[in-house]
Design a protein around this ligand. Structure first.
Ligand SMILES: NC(=O)C1=CN([C@@H]2O[C@H](COP(=O)(O)OP(=O)(O)OC[C@H]3O[C@@H](n4cnc5c(N)ncnc54)[C@H](O)[C@@H]3O)[C@@H](O)[C@H]2O)C=CC1
Ligand SMILES: O=C(O)[C@@H]1CCC=N1
Length: 263
């Protein structure tokens, strides 16, 4: 399978699948006509496919037949029922799951030990080419399929293999994280609006600040504590804000959020 020509299918075309398809089409040079998808509501699917030049079909089996690499992107509790009628069509194809909590052994049992599958957790920023895909280390893709998968997705996501027992924890950070980060972004803007800044300006400043802070860490590998210290002038304004966040229990709230996702 060649990454330049591989046909990509999505079984389920909701938030996560569309973010991946958009990232591929707009940031990884994957022509829309290489993408096929099915979903529960065909009218809605037609509209979302049209936006990317992708092809809508009615069933999971049709997606499998039209594709070389198939992304399973329905809710975890639906995977068994949705894939059962497509089992034959999926045989010998590369199946990549994004369903939370469904690991290697689950797919080996569902699709058979001869099947080629990989369990992952992506995140929504992949839509703009800044995503993460955490992957279970254990998989049954062929070397060629794995190479194609990484060539397709590494332009738009950090691909991070982790042990199966840590995929849920990686998911808490990378998969759920965009929701937590968006709450921080919104809260920071609320604070600014409370003090008179227009809402749109507040979001623009907060978003660029968060992107820049993350870039600084990724580029220089500086410890987050040192990055915080570099902003806190003695007796200055930032340390007063830091103290307020600590008093409100920010660190414990975030640790508890990670714990909560794993319950
Ligand atoms: N939303 C996110 O940020 C992330 C989601 N995931 C995983 O992605 C998967 C999808 O989640 P979302 O996109 O958020 O959900 P969603 O509700 O937006 O999308 C689910 C899709 O499945 C389709 N569907 C439902 N029944 C179907 C059927 N019988 N046949 C074919 N398609 C059917 C729906 O029409 C919809 O397109 C889940 O397994 C979730 O764990 C993983 C990482 C992050
Ligand atoms: O909320 C969820 O279950 C999925 C998994 C990671 C992000 N969204």
């Amino acid at each position: 399978m060649d990454a330049k020509t591989a046909r990509i299918g999505f079984i389920g075309f909701g938030n996560m699948a569309q973010a991946m398809a958009k990232g591929l089409a707009e940031h990884a040079n994957v022509a829309g006509d290489r993408i096929t998808a099915c979903a529960a509501h065909y009218d809605k699917l037609q509209a979302s496919c049209a936006a990317l030049g992708a092809t809508p079909v009615h069933t999971a089996a049709e997606v499998a037949e039209a594709s070389d690499l198939i992304i399973v992107a329905v809710k975890p509790h639906m995977v068994v029922d949705v894939l059962a009628p497509a089992r034959e069509a999926l045989a010998g194809k590369a199946v990549v799951s994004v369903a939370a909590g469904l690991l290697f052994d689950f797919y080996d049992e569902l699709l058979g030990q001869e099947s080629h599958h990989l369990s992952t957790i992506p995140n929504t920023p992949i839509a703009v080419g800044c995503g993460v895909i955490a992957c279970e280390q254990k998989h049954s893709l062929t070397c060629d399929e794995w190479d194609t998968f990484t060539q397709l997705f590494s332009p738009i996501a950090l691909i991070e293999p982790v042990a199966g027992n840590l995929l849920s924890t990686a998911s808490a950070v990378a998969g759920c994280g965009p929701a937590f980060a968006a709450m921080f972004l919104e809260s920071l803007a609320d604070g600014a609006v409370k003090n008179g800044l227009p809402r749109a300006t507040a979001y623009r400043l907060a978003a660029q600040m968060m992107a820049g802070t993350a870039q600084l860490h990724l580029a220089e590998g500086t410890h987050p504590g040192a990055m915080k210290d570099a902003v806190c002038s003695p007796g200055g304004t930032t340390i007063k804000g830091v103290a307020a966040l600590e008093a409100a229990g920010l660190r414990n709230a975030v640790i508890s959020a990670v714990d909560a996702t794993l319950q």
